[in-house]
Ligand binder design. Structure first.
Ligand SMILES: Nc1nc2c(ncn2[C@@H]2O[C@H](COP(=O)(O)OP(=O)(O)OP(=O)(O)O)[C@@H](O)[C@H]2O)c(=O)[nH]1
Ligand SMILES: [Mg+2]
Length: 679
């Protein structure tokens, strides 16, 4: 196939949503309707192909993003089914970084939910166009209009409904395709595989007219050609409307909305049609620009086979005894031989190129622009690294990850397993950039940290079942940090004779608090740096160390440090003297700046039956939560609050007993802030 055609017939798409919206169920239908699976696997039976990990099947949730490749009407679709639980957002983040478009699944009853908002922000940040699918139209309380409305009110997106539902809840039967002007239904006996399209019945003509009017009215805001025809009261024709939808979806101006119920096998083929019709091919996605690793000059390769090879490693996975490195290829073709890791300045020699479908892998001959594949045999490459040709080096933008907020001590049940445990933990943290392993220097304990209780629980189960290491763990703790509350200065002079040599230096450092979440800022003014070029790396080391552990013993956040002076006499000004003087000056400055302990604060959303409101609010107050909003909707009430993570341990059990199991909640990290009434 000519390459241009090949690329224009490719779509790299993610299925994303809040937890339980139905991503995996939608994906299972996609596998069935495209002929990739011969039977439909259900999440609640633990039989979904895409939820292939044992823990996913047991827990009924997706934990790790699974990739697959299907053929739809001659198009080559690379799909990634992502998890919705906030503890696994790393999987969504890295998927969005390498995808060209997403299908955002909404629950027709709940509409936009907290995690939907997070994903939306990520999609906007990476410039990824979005199509929405309002799923679960069969559920009691399903409301298409309301779900569409929530895209506008909660995400500030511009929704563009492309269909109108015929019925809802148990009487949801089909839809009117507003673009084609047809009624669409699915034959039950064929598990929805047989789609019946027919002209819109007389009694539904008004829906079609009204739906088309809204469609054109919305498009007219972005498209002059459509605006002219709309103002004259005309219909521009199916092709013209499709091409306008495509153009403005790819620009990120509108979000086409489709609907159905994956569980009842309705509406998924229309979603697939929309994916190929309205989401970009790799060649239409914005060009990926990198920088030269040495000069920092911009480097731009077009997404064609003729250009030098470039790819981003976005995921590492242990697969039995071997390591898979997932890559998204942006330009060129790789057929074998060495690849250059431009970030680590290392040559890699991949052993094989694999096309991945859930947990199955097939060897393929080449990796070409637009492909999402896995390589085996890489030694140095980590998540976010660029692979390219040695002669044509570039660095693509890496992937940023949230930092862990919860930690616990871990030790092997058998002391003989100590080394094996450390090896296993190292492997897990290589796969998962939001899982960290450290040794507490004071106690010698091994501390693991991650995004939440579920995250650590999943890792612990893997360690015990997949790697066969029995472990004991401590109680979960939050990850504290510290900052300062006022401007201050620290000075220190070091002068000591060791052996027959005198070591002496003096240092002065200014520190200033910065706003929460701003991070640290280190300034070494020219006049200080210029006088001591031979000590540049020692000074950098002292600063990094000073920030790694402040006077309270935690990593220091949100401070500006300015090194005012580092000096000494020739002969006695040594590396050791500079290191000690600067390190102590930093410590003095932090102490004088009145250290404050910071703890993770979570944004909590609780959904409860109206009659439990009093108890739930009372309980949140007892946890010293700051209630932000209470919103009542048809018998259920939503409470939003900021609560410190420390006070949220065990909340799911408490909420269950407060609401007789009817309440649910989600929480996500909001910020680090001064710890209330602790230490
Ligand atoms: N009533 C109804 N239930 C559905 C529908 N689609 C999915 N479900 C159910 O909703 C639950 C969650 O579905 P999943 O497909 O696992 O949802 P998910 O978005 O993949 O969930 P995570 O990956 O864990 O975030 C399962 O019990 C499904 O059977 C639907 O259209 N209607
Ligand atoms: Mg899932």
């Amino acid at each position: 196939m000519a390459q241009k055609t090949k690329l224009s017939l490719t779509r790299n798409i993610g299925i994303v949503a809040h937890i339980d919206a139905g991503k995996t169920t939608v994906t299972e239908r996609i596998l069935y309707y495209t002929g990739k699976s011969y039977k439909m696997g259900e999440v609640h039976d633990g039989a979904a192909v895409m939820d292939w990990m044992k823990q996913e099947q047991e827990r009924g949730i997706t934990i790790t993003a699974a990739t697959t490749r299907v053929d739809w009407k001659g198009y080559d679709l690379h799909l990634i089914d992502t998890p919705g639980h906030v503890d696994f957002t790393v999987e969504v983040e890295r998927s969005l970084r390498v995808l060209d478009g997403v299908a955002l699944v909404l629950d027709a009853v709940a509409g936009v939910q907290p995690q939907t908002e997070t994903i939306w922000r990520q999609a906007v940040r990476y410039g990824v166009p979005v199509i929405a699918f309002v799923n679960k139209m069969d559920r009691i309380g399903a409301d298409f209009d309301k779900a569409v409305g929530s895209l506008g009110t909660k995400l500030h997106a511009r929704p563009l409904p492309l269909a109108w539902p015929l019925g809802a809840e148990s009487s949801f039967l089909g839809l009117i395709d507003l673009v084609e002007g047809q009624t669409v239904r699915w034959v039950e006996g064929s598990l929805g595989a047989e789609v019946v399209k027919s002209p819109v019945a007389e009694e539904h003509a008004a829906y079609l007219a009204k739906g088309r009017e809204t469609l054109l009215e919305t498009l007219a805001d972005y498209d002059d050609t459509i605006a002219e025809i709309f103002l004259e009261g005309g219909w521009p024709g199916v092709e013209a409307v499709k091409s306008a939808i495509r153009k403005h979806t790819i620009k990120g101006e509108v979000v086409p909305v489709l609907l159905g119920t994956a569980l009842r096998n309705k509406g998924v083929q229309e979603l697939l049609d929309a994916v190929v019709d309205y989401l970009p091919s790799p060649s239409e996605a914005p060009p990926v620009v990198g920088v030269h690793p040495k000069t920092g000059e911009p480097v731009l390769f077009k997404p064609t086979d003729e250009e030098p090879f470039s790819a981003l490693a976005f995921k590492i996975q242990q697969d039995g005894g071997r390591k898979l490195t997932y890559i998204r290829v942006y330009s060129g073709v790789y057929k074998g031989g060495r690849l250059y890791n431009a970030l680590r300045d290392k040559l890699e020699k991949p052993a094989a190129i694999l096309s991945v479908h859930a947990d199955k892998k097939d060897r393929v001959e080449e990796a070409a622009a637009g492909d999402i594949l896995a390589l085996t045999g890489l030694k140095f490459t980590m998540t976010g690294d660029t692979l390219c040709e040695f002669e044509h080096p570039l660095l693509l933008e890496t992937i940023s990850f949230a930092t862990p907020v919860i930690s616990m001590a871990i030790e092997p049940q058998k002391t003989s397993d100590e080394e094996k445990l450390l090896e296993t933990l190292a492997r897990v943290s290589e796969e998962d950039p939001t899982f960290k392993v450290e040794t507490n220097e004071e106690t010698g304990q091994t501390i693991i940290s991650g995004m939440g209780e579920l995250h650590l629980e999943v890792v612990l189960t893997r360690i015990q079942t997949e790697f066969n290491v029995g472990v004991h763990v401590g109680k979960p703790q939050v990850v504290y940090k510290e900052s300062i509350s006022s401007e201050a200065q620290g000075a220190y002079s070091f002068d000591r004779v060791l052996g027959d040599k005198r070591h002496a230096a003096s240092a002065v450092v200014d520190v200033k608090p910065r706003a929460r979440g701003e991070g640290n800022d280190i300034v070494v003014p020219e006049n200080v740096a210029a006088g001591l070029p031979q000590f540049a790396s020692v000074m950098k080391g002292a600063l990094t160390e000073g920030l790694a552990g402040g006077p309270l013993g935690y990593p220091v956040e949100d401070v500006a440090i300015t090194v005012k002076k580092v000096e000494g006499e020739e002969g006695s000004l040594s590396e050791m003297a500079v290191k000690v003087a600067l390190g102590q000056a930093i410590r003095e400055a932090f102490l004088a700046g009145r250290p404050v302990l910071l703890e993770p604060i979570m944004e909590v959303e609780v959904t409860i039956p109206e009659d439990n409101l009093g108890e739930v609010i009372g309980d949140l107050n007892a946890r010293r939560g700051e209630i932000q909003a209470v919103e009542a909707m048809r018998g259920t009430t939503e409470v939003k609050a900021f609560v410190s993570l420390r006070r949220m341990f065990g909340y799911s059990t408490d909420l269950r007993s407060l609401t007789q199991g009817r309440g649910t909640f989600t929480m996500k990290f909001a910020r680090y802030d001064a710890a209330q009434g602790q230490q």
